[in-house]
Design a protein around this ligand. Structure first.
Ligand code: FES
Length: 350
């Protein structure tokens, strides 16, 4: 897809709008909160990264935000080199961290975001404000300073436009706005104060958390501790691309299992290969042996590599991206899955 527009959102964040060819529009329809996986070659190496869509489906644009990270190959390329008119491979929208709006809804949504974690949240926020005329949205948004607030002007404009239905609380770790409550990071203590002093949590229909691991689990623990039903707490972890997630260190291979026969169905084709190295994930081993399987983050977050387990057992190192119901229905993340039985059958088509 051609890059139609690039906007500098903060000193280290750009948003990129794509030109969606009219014939592809139906395939690129998305729900608020979903992401796109972008693919390109950088210095002869294929690089894939997932970025959340920051536009609302009610706006006629497909736009993602990319925050530059230290040593981030793709994010630096996007910030420094990418130009309007360049082309990138863009996979169709994916992801479970979504908020479906309906004009009939009369709800109160609360989001906790930090840094670039605002990207899917702003899509949700705009969609709720525009499509649910009696719903409320409360946003707690953590950053270092005012300067590092992504979409600062857009959030301000939305606040002014929807004065009675949208509440925004900025929480800054390195700038004092004059109120202790909003100085620091969104941690257990702060989120408890927000939930008890600024919210009536019994009146909240859904919570959306997006940002780094520490923030997500602090807020989630606080909410569960305060008696909030886990089913209404949705979260998406934003990790540095390629970085291992903490709990992956807990996994170790089964010494008794030396090899497994793996059967994979993708786009109607079925392949079989011998999985000889238990430390390899099914995604890596299958991609080497039989076919290019879909992936993006390889960190158990984006779900691009999701498949359904039809036979056998696997063990996942981490599984942040899947909902509990999906795991119960047999879905796995192949970038995190290692075989646990001598025969494993899975499909990307279900
Ligand atoms: S590639 Fe992102 S969860 Fe597997």
């Amino acid at each position: 897809m051609k890059v139609r527009d690039i906007r500098l959102e903060t000193l280290d964040c750009v948003s990129i709008r794509f030109e969606v060819p009219p014939t592809l529009k139906p395939e690129y329809e998305f729900l608020p909160g979903q992401h796109l996986t972008l693919k390109t070659d950088l210095e002869g190496k294929e690089v894939r990264r997932s970025y959340s869509i920051c536009a609302s489906p009610l706006e006629d644009e497909l736009r993602v935000a990319v925050k530059q990270v230290v040593d981030g190959a793709f994010s630096s390329f996007a910030k420094e080199t990418l130009k309007i008119g360049d082309e990138l491979d863009v996979m169709t929208p994916m992801g479970n961290f979504t908020l479906e709006t309906s004009p009939q809804n009369r709800k109160h949504y609360v989001a906790f975001a930090a840094g670039s974690g605002i990207t899917p949240v702003i899509s949700m926020l705009k969609s709720v404000m525009r499509n649910e005329l009696t719903s409320h949205f409360t946003l707690f948004y953590g950053n270092r300073t005012t300067e590092s607030i992504i979409f600062r002007d857009e959030i301000e404009d939305l606040k002014n436009e929807y004065l009675t239905r949208l509440s925004v609380h900025h929480v800054l770790s390195q700038e004092d706005l004059g109120a202790d409550l909003f100085l620091g990071r969104i941690d257990v203590e702060k989120s408890r104060m927000f939930c008890t002093k600024l919210l009536d949590i019994s009146d909240v229909d859904a919570f959306y958390l997006c940002g780094p691991e520490a923030m997500i689990f602090s807020v989630k623990d606080t909410l569960l501790d305060l008696g909030v039903d886990e089913k209404i707490v949705h979260f998406e972890l934003f990790t540095t691309p390629g970085a291992a997630v903490a709990s992956s260190k807990n996994w170790s291979p089964d010494p008794k299992l030396t090899a497994s026969k793996i059967t994979v169905t993708l786009d109607g084709n079925t392949f079989t290969y011998n999985h000889l190295h238990p430390t390899e994930t099914i995604l890596d081993a299958a991609s080497k042996s039989v076919a290019d399987l879909p992936f993006a983050c390889k960190g158990g977050v984006c779900c691009t590599c999701k498949a359904k387990l039809l036979q056998g057992e696997v063990e996942m190192e981490v599984c942040y991206g899947l909902e509990k119901e999906e795991v119960e229905a047999g879905y796995i993340l192949t970038c995190q899955a290692h075989p646990k039985t001598e025969e494993v059958v899975l499909s990307f088509d279900e």
